[in-house]
Write a protein that binds this ligand. Sequence first.
Ligand code: PEP
Ligand code: MN
Length: 319
Amino acid sequence: MFKVHLGFPKNRRPDGALRVRESWQEQFAEAPDVLLGARRQRTIVRVRDFAIGGDEFVTMAGPCSVESERQLMNTAYHVRRAGARVLRGGAFKPRSSPYSFQGLGLEGLRLLAAAREETGLAIVTEVMTEHDVPLVAEHADILQIGSRSMENYTLLEAAARSGRPILLKRGMMATIADLLRSAQVILSNGNPNVILCERGIRTFETSMRNTFDAAGIALLKQITHLPVIADPSHAAGHRELVPALARIGIAAGADGLLVEVHPDPDKAWSDGEQSLDFETFAAMMAALAPSIKLRESSLREEKLKDSENAGIRLAGAAA
Ligand code: PEP
Ligand code: MN
């Protein structure tokens, strides 16, 4: 009779779930539900008629701030044509300078909701305080927690309870463990739909706005079951670098991108330096298509391996 191999690969539990190596389990022990192995499958966040963290690579694009109906609608149509699924745009803006534009507030939310009606794109927008959560949740499909708010647990709890998926941006001074603790707060408050976002961290380097932590993306994909989005715009701070960082993000294993796009970046009310115009965004998306295809075929291979392993386990159980 042919003999079946009964041993399980080291990184799998007996029930087949992937698990994280022990030293990482210790290091991230305060975020147990976020780690691979906490559940059998990767988290797939469903939004409208698509999903984040599954086979499809999802691009979120749009202006840093919502400025006007014309600016937003124009951007929405262009990013949709270039392949984006989600329209981003800040209505409540956390700014480094208290003298900078702080966002259109409710008017911005209304414009975002109108752009969704017009284009079918889903909406992601930032919520800055727990008081605004119901209002933002009413208008947006995904709530963004900004870098400056990542450790505001009161806000995280309120956002979690809204039931909306949450795009959790890594704090600019946050370690991976800090990021995962914040994700744990959301999960612990009954919301499993967390999308992590790497947007660059502060280092001693000053020639870019932040330092893009591509290794952080690779690590997150190794240790958590949550989807990971790369934000090359805030990481770079300079639009020339955005396409390269986007490609690196995909290669590191990201499930999608968050990119700032503006009809006339030099006139943008915020983050114009790092925003792409329509033409550059469309060219970047076309140039990224082969990398995205490659990602999709390696995901397929991974799944095949998984089902082969499952077959071995089944055969093992039957023997
Ligand atoms: C933004 O997305 O426009 C933003 C403010 O991002 P971050 O919180 O990463 O700085
Ligand atoms: Mn911005």
